[in-house]
Design a protein around this ligand. Sequence first.
Ligand SMILES: [Zn+2]
Length: 194
Amino acid sequence: MSTPNPMQGTYQVKDRRGAHLARALRDLDGVVTVEVLLIGSTESHQYGYDIVSHWERVLSADVQPYTPAAAYQSTGPADLVALAQEAVTIYALDPARVQRAAQIVHRRYAIINAHKDEHGITIPRPSLNVLAVESDTRRGWYVVRPGSCTCKDNENGHTCKHRIAAWMHRESIIRRLATARRVSKAQILAELTA
Ligand SMILES: [Zn+2]
């Protein structure tokens, strides 16, 4: 069997929702395995859900090219799976940053409407326009607006995990409300950021 590296396209993996990236085929003692980056995938356990954030080795028989028929459900953590996949496949964002962003979004109260801006000035009407995203070490917050963040990674020209997390946070709220009320995303956005 040929060993393309990286494998092109997205793949569905047995017992996992959604589309994922695969990077290599390996033949170990006659067993063909594939390393799969489980984009934003969730694993349930007794305390709730974790966002999977590692490359995982699975049997090649459990990996097939992704088809839209394998659509994920759009409730609960699956929202995050859908947004993480969109970020990687449509917006071509770095999968590692998307993974960390999904973990931030999944963490309770790690993203809030900012009450102060980056200069410490009070924002009179906090909204989704300006978000405060907690740092990984939980020692501080970054001020995130669409297209900007106060962290070093963003300063260095990357689309940082805080911006991706803020986008996921906004989108999941806006999409849920738009679906529930059967109005456009633009209308919800206008109401929430007025
Ligand atoms: Zn940032």
